[in-house]
Structure formats: structure tokens, C-alpha cells
Design a protein around this ligand. Structure first.
Ligand SMILES: NC(=O)c1ccc[n+]([C@@H]2O[C@H](COP(=O)([O-])OP(=O)(O)OC[C@H]3O[C@@H](n4cnc5c(N)ncnc54)[C@H](O)[C@@H]3O)[C@@H](O)[C@H]2O)c1
Ligand SMILES: [Zn+2]
Ligand SMILES: [Zn+2]
Length: 370
């Protein structure tokens, strides 16, 4: 008897998700069946709901999740029944042009198959109740009680980290913390600026602290976000709606500009500010998104003087290395995840959760599955 479970299904952009009973596919040899325990609502899911990111429908969204391994295919490696796992959304083939150049986020199979919203083998891991087609986002689809992923996407973490906090590591926290730890080249005592203090930025602030930054300047338009940034380690806060972060950064660095700036706002104004704020030779990491067809303009001089700019997805993560490290950082009190959870909701509340995210009321709503 195939496994049936409840999942939130999107049938068309700009329509509410529907809670339906869906059927899991039989496990392929390297597949792993996960019982989802917690899943975060991320902007990327919202982009699909709003129609900015297009995928075939119907589709199960959700890509920031943690759960328990319920079953494994005969050839699955690295996980066993009962393991607690955080799910990664970047499976990669391991032997293409980009995998061989240490850029799994550009893996040709990952990028080639991703838009189809099925597995690497082109097959879906779930069907609708009537047996018809169902897609799943980013080789996952975690807005459901279960989810089937290849073994490489199920990353074992210590059982002590609660699922609602663990799930955040799967996307937003990894992206922000990874930008600071894996990409920013932050040296001990550096001055780091983080522009945009949502889930990603609050994680970047903490990654900067973990990397040994001296001063960490948080920038946002919302004082409540700035208070949160200070509570997780920012040493200074500037509200860009009534202050000038670029000038502030210069004042803190003898007029040079900050050593490293991380953009996690997703706004042209913020992208421009990064180039103005960083010192000659400094590092700029862009994480935010605007519509891919949109132009963003810069004062040419702000880009000169050996500045190093990188636009990154997923914080250059190697999940097997980074997820257990971040989970451990949570357990030893270094990485604060509790302030990132604004609401704990049920699967049935998912549409309200996305409305709140759209209104900017929440850092993260997390669906709790019993
Ligand atoms: N690169 C990746 O892999 C990746 C992964 C997840 C999210 N993202 C993107 O990163 C960005 C941040 O994600 P999030 O979930 O934290 O979003 P969020 O909306 O919760 O946070 C963005 C914050 O930026 C602030 N902001 C907006 N404009 C600003 C400006 N001009 N100056 C200063 N602050 C400003 C907002 O007040 C808000 O607090 C989004 O663009 C998202 O799409 C990228
Ligand atoms: Zn995400
Ligand atoms: Zn590859």
C-alpha cells in the first residue's frame, strides 16, 4: 500500500495553496523517505506563488526543512532510519564542468533538471490523489508530511537540535552565515556591514561574528529588524531611511570604507550602497534578488579600486560540512536561531503564513508537523 500524506499544493500562480492527500512514489535505490517535522516559509517559495519564478504545476513547494529518516533505498549512503536530518536543496552530479571546479551550485544537472521540478532522473517522487502528475520544488517539496530526496540531500545533524530551529539552517541561515564564513574572507577584527536584516541578514551578522569580525554594522529600514540584529551580535545599527550607512561605515574605518559588505535586502538601493560602502580591495557579497530582467545601475567610480564582487546562492555551502557545524554552533550557544522564528504554524495555516511574509511581518514562519 503506497504511502499517502497531506501536502500543500500550488495549482496556479497567485492562487492559495490547497491541502491535499498525495501519494509517495516507490523509493529509487538512492532515495530517502523523510518524515518532515518542521519547514520554514522562504521568499523563494513566495516568488513561485506570486508568479515571479515559474515552475510546472501542480507543485509542492518548500525547500527549508528538517525531519526524521523514515526509510532508505538499498543503495542510499550516509543516512539510516531514525536519523535526524536537515534537507539541502543543492544536489549535484559530482562530475560535470562546474562540479569539478568546486561550484556545485552551478552543477549542470542541477541547473538543467531544476526547472522541471522533479528528480535528477526526470521522475516525480509523488502523485496527486487521483494518480495525476505532481511536481516538487528544488528536488524537495517539503510542505507536506513526507518528502522523498536523494541521499545527498539528507544531511544528518545531532538529535539535540530541535526541528523548528534546525530547518532554518536548510536555506536562509546557511545562505547568510555561509556568505560570511565561506565567501567574505573576513579577517579577525574586520569591519563588516550587513544590509538587510531578515532571516538571511540576521544569519550573515552571526556568520560575521563567528568569523571574528570586530565591528558589525547592521543596516535596515525597520528599527525592529535592527533591534534583532543587535540581539544576535551587530555592534552598530543604521536605519537607512533616516541615516547614511555609507558615511557611517567610513566614520568607523578612518574614511576607508568597510572591509566586507553583505547585501541581503534584495533592493537596487542596497546593491548600490554595497559598492559605495566597501573599501578599495574589499569584498562585496550580494545575496538578494531582484527580477532577473531588471537593470540595476551603479556609479562607475564606486566599482573601481580592486573591489571584489560576488553574487552567491546558498553561501557557497557544502552541506555535509556546514549543516552539522551550524547545528553544533546552535547547540553551544554561538548561533542564535530562536529570534528568527516569528511564528509557529500548522500546514493548514500556510496561506496566512505567506500573507504575513509578503507584508514583511515575519522573519520566518515555521510549519510544525506532529
Ligand atoms: N542568494 C540566495 O541563495 C538566497 C537565499 C534566500 C534568500 N535570498 C534573497 O535574499 C534576500 C533576503 O532574504 P530574506 O528572507 O532575509 O528577506 P526579508 O524580506 O525577510 O529581509 C529583507 C530585509 O531587507 C530590508 N531592506 C529592504 N530594502 C532595504 C534597503 N534599501 N536598505 C536596507 N534594508 C532594506 C527589509 O526591511 C528586510 O528587513 C531576498 O532578496 C531573498 O530573495 C537569496
Ligand atoms: Zn529559501
Ligand atoms: Zn555537476
Amino acid at each position: 500500500m503506497p504511502l499517502q500524506y497531506r501536502a500543500a499544493v500550488l495549482h496556479a500562480a497567485k492562487t492559495p495553496l490547497k491541502i491535499e492527500t498525495v501519494t509517495a512514489a516507490p523509493l529509487k535505490p538512492t532515495d530517502v523517505l523523510i518524515r518532515i517535522k518542521a519547514a520554514g516559509l522562504c521568499h523563494t517559495d513566495l516568488e513561485v506563488i506570486e508568479g515571479g519564478l515559474r515552475f510546472p504545476m501542480p507543485i509542492v513547494l518548500g525547500h527549508e526543512a528538517a525531519g526524521i529518516v523514515e526509510d532508505v533505498g538499498p543503495a542510499a549512503r550516509g543516512v539510516k532510519k531514525g536519523d535526524h536530518v536537515i534537507l539541502s536543496w543543492n544536489p549535484h552530479c559530482g562530475h560535470c564542468f562546474y562540479c569539478d571546479r568546486d561550484l556545485p551550485i552551478l552543477c549542470e544537472t542541477y541547473l538543467g533538471e531544476g526547472p522541471k521540478a522533479r528528480g535528477f532522473d526526470g521522475e516525480s517522487r509523488a502523485t496527486r490523489g487521483d494518480g495525476s502528475d505532481l511536481q516538487h520544488l528544488m528536488y524537495l517539496g517539503s510542505f507536506g508530511e513526507y518528502c522523498i530526496v536523494p541521499d545527498q540531500q539528507a544531511i544528518v545533524v545531532p538529535k539535540e537540535i530541535p526541528f523548528d530551529r534546525a530547518c532554518l539552517i536548510g536555506c536562509g541561515v546557511m545562505t547568510g552565515a555561509g556568505a560570511a564564513l565561506n565567501l567574505g574572507a573576513i579577517a579577525y577584527g574586520d569591519t563588516v556591514m550587513v544590509i538587510g536584516c531578515g532571516a538571511v541578514g540576521l544569519a550573515a551578522v552571526q556568520g560575521a561574528r563567528m568569523a571574528g569580525a570586530g565591528a558589525i554594522i547592521a543596516v535596515d529600514l525597520d528599527d525592529k529588524k535592527l533591534d534583532l540584529a543587535k540581539s544576535v551580535g551587530a555592534t552598530h545599527a543604521v536605519n537607512a531611511s533616516n541615516g547614511n550607512p555609507v558615511e557611517f561605515g567610513k566614520q568607523q574605518t578612518g574614511g576607508r570604507g568597510v572591509d566586507v559588505v553583505i547585501e541581503s535586502a534584495g533592493s537596487p538601493a542596497a546593491f548600490r550602497a554595497t559598492a559605495e560602502a566597501v573599501r578599495p580591495g574589499g569584498h562585496i557579497i550580494w545575496l538578494g534578488k531582484v527580477d532577473v530582467q531588471q537593470d540595476v545601475s551603479f556609479r562607475w567610480g564606486s566599482l573601481m579600486q580592486e573591489k571584489r564582487i560576488r553574487r552567491s546562492s546558498y553561501g557557497n555551502t557544502r552541506p555535509l560540512r556546514d549543516f552539522p557545524m551550524l547545528a553544533q554552533a546552535y547547540l553551544d550557544g554561538t548561533l542564535k536561531l530562536d529570534p528568527l522564528i516569528s511564528r509557529r504554524i500548522t500546514l493548514d495555516d500556510i496561506n496566512d503564513g505567506f500573507d504575513a511574509l509578503k507584508r514583511g511581518e515575519t522573519i520566518r514562519s515555521v510549519i510544525i508537523f506532529d
